[in-house]
Design a protein around this ligand. Structure first.
Ligand SMILES: Cc1cc2nc3c(=O)[nH]c(=O)nc-3n(C[C@H](O)[C@H](O)[C@H](O)COP(=O)(O)OP(=O)(O)OC[C@H]3O[C@@H](n4cnc5c(N)ncnc54)[C@H](O)[C@@H]3O)c2cc1C
Length: 401
């Protein structure tokens, strides 16, 4: 075992931290308050090279390991959740899934553009009547010669109005023996006729980020855009969640660190009864919990990153890290509001934003109830991971990746 971050990890942490503080934090309070979402952060992330993290150099990526992606997510979320969400959908759900399941031709066609941020990827699984029960999606892809005709709707899709292409899961065989075997995965491009998106307004959090709906009205998708075989869509979606949940779980640690950053400064500047509130034992208890959860949270996601590096199945460990870290982050943000007293209740301090933003992550990529059930099922032996046809490539990457 080796618990130290390598020089490369330290460098990537510093790079992502600087990026967050210099490129995301300035003006964030206003952007978040007024729900201003622009392409600016996407463009800057692309130029910084961070969108290529954990992708092979062969595809214009940084060639860094998978732990590096977690570190980038942690540091970006320390600045703002909206920036980490970009990494989750673009790098986690979209790029790593393409790296795992795409053919050589598909990887060569899309990954270099995605790694450089010249194209942005999204992920479309959730529908108005199918969230936790993703097997009940209705979007239908009907085979027609060398294409599929897609009809249906997706909702709560991050980067719905900014991504250039989406990994979309659709039903291809409504009569399959099980619903999970009747689905396929496609890259749907924004430029395809019949595709439309629209933002969701009035969100509790991630207000400086874009979430919305996708509509497919007879969208013709060529067979070359199908990822994996027909019928593998559900497995591909579950692999995508292994990558997305990893980024959400690692990002959650950034909320805890940001809460600690804010509280460390505040408890020294605020005195009650002639004593700094940092000296009050009940305040210290909240600080101690945050520090413990930051460190436990890192161990949980580092382990998942290590398993990815070693080509091991990690669905169980990833679910655990996502579930626990998102709960820890919400608790840390809640305590940070408490420590700030009334000042935590307005946007003069960032903790109210952490509180709102951390709530969403408890829901997306599997609610806390779904992860509780998953963990119990693994523990009781009701659930076991089966071998899958394509695994995420190990790190260091081979030439044939
Ligand atoms: C900000 C944000 C961004 C998102 N981005 C994306 C994206 O990019 N792509 C995408 O595809 N989706 C995205 N989602 C959707 C997200 O993954 C779903 O919201 C999530 O899976 C939960 O589904 P639901 O909202 O339909 O809730 P439901 O599935 O309707 O659940 C409602 C409640 O019932 C509980 N429940 C459901 N089933 C069970 C059960 N079996 N046992 C016990 N309790 C249960 C849930 O835990 C929850 O409390 C996003 C959501 C948000 C909020």
């Amino acid at each position: 075992m080796n618990f130290s971050e390598s020089q490369e990890h330290l460098l990537i942490r510093e790079t992502a931290h600087k990026f967050g503080q210099q490129e995301i934090v300035p003006g964030l309070r206003e952007r978040d308050r007024d729900c201003i979402v622009t392409r600016d952060v996407l463009d800057k992330l692309g130029k910084s090279g961070l969108l290529g993290v954990s992708l092979p150099g062969k595809y214009s990526g940084s060639d860094t390991d998978y732990i590096s992606l977690g570190i980038v997510c942690e540091e970006l979320e320390r600045a703002d959740t909206s920036a980490r969400v970009i990494m989750s959908v673009h790098s986690g759900l979209h790029c790593l899934t393409l790296l795992q399941w795409g053919s050589d031709e598909q990887k060569n066609r899309w990954l270099p553009l995605l790694a450089k941020g010249e194209k942005i990827g999204g992920f479309g699984l959730t529908e108005p009547n199918a969230g936790s029960d993703a097997v009940n999606i209705k979007t239908y892809a009907k085979k027609d010669g060398d294409s599929y005709i897609l009809n249906g709707e997706k909702t709560w899709i991050s980067l719905s109005d900014f991504a250039d292409q989406f990994l979309v899961i659709a039903v291809t065989d409504p009569h399959a023996t099980s619903r999970a075997h009747g689905m396929s995965a496609f890259i749907v491009e924004r430029s395809m006729p019949g595709f439309k998106s629209q933002p969701i307004k009035g969100k509790l959090g991630v207000r400086a980020g874009n979430t919305g709906q996708l509509f497919f009205d007879n969208v013709r998708v060529p067979v070359e855009n199908r990822i994996g075989e027909e019928g593998e869509g559900f497995k591909i979606a579950m692999s995508a969640l292994d990558h997305g949940r990893y980024t959400v779980g690692s990002g959650a640690v950034g909320i805890i660190t940001a809460s600690l950053d804010a509280c460390n400064a505040y408890v020294r500047s605020r005195s009650v009864g002639g004593e700094e509130i940092g000296k009050k034992q009940l305040v210290q208890q909240m600080i101690a919990n945050m520090a413990a959860h930051r460190d436990i949270g890192r161990l949980l996601y580092y382990k998942v990153g290590w398993m990815k590096n070693n080509g091991l199945r990690h669905t169980r460990e990833c679910s655990l890290a996502k579930w626990q870290n998102c709960n820890y982050a919400f608790q840390a943000a809640n305590d940070a509001v408490e420590i700030h007293g009334a000042y935590g209740f307005c946007d003069e301090f960032p903790v109210e934003r952490y509180f709102r933003n951390s709530r969403g992550a408890v829901i997306y990529e599997g609610t806390k109830e779904i992860h509780t059930l998953l963990q119990a099922e693994y523990e009781l032996g009701y659930r076991k991971d089966k071998t899958i046809r394509k695994m995420l490539p190990k790190w260091p990457f081979n030439d044939d990746v």
